[in-house]
Design a protein around this ligand. Sequence first.
Ligand SMILES: [Zn+2]
Length: 222
Amino acid sequence: MAAPLLCGAALVVGYVMLVVLTIPQLPAWAQPAVYQWLFDIPQDAEISDNGSGDDSTPAGPSAVPWDGYSGPEAGIHGLPLVGPIQHWGTWYDKPLLGCLFHDPNYQTHTGSDFPVDEGTPVHTTMGGKVVWAAENGPWGNLVVVENNGYQVWLAHLSSIQVSEGQILNDGDVVGLSGNTGNSTGAHLHYGIKQKTAEDTYVWLNPQLFFAEDEYINIGCSS
Ligand SMILES: [Zn+2]
């Protein structure tokens, strides 16, 4: 009885030692991904705040300037993903909601995270003008759509399929989901920003724009 148990324990200890000794030798950018792979821990969120600053602060270095565009289809509707979607290879009818806006486990979080496999089409939830469609530091590949004092932010994309200046209809695909920028696993970060004065803004809780039966809440794993 004791021998198999001891063997099992020795294997576990050996594995943990291997992981602990190996990961610090890797370059910093590779460590989170390898840690996740070796322990198979889903961490589909950002490591920390996206560098966006908190509510009502002046624009920071990674900020996207306001364009001032106003046009038709200014309302924000629905979700940026359309089910069924895949997450870690399993299909789900509806998008999965992970870390929430100001999540108890991630209080500086300025949007809603949707864990989803790379390559899933991402939709704008508002018609408007594309005011950013490029890499942007911690946000990775980022698309921002603006209309009438609101911006919809879609971050960590694997590819971008729109260009700056383009006018989109509500629901148009802006790119494919990914794991770029400050992200520890494939997911979509979705934020809604409202301009409040010349140099200030507030992040709104995107969940207030969803119906409860539109998503599956799986909680924040970061
Ligand atoms: Zn996020």
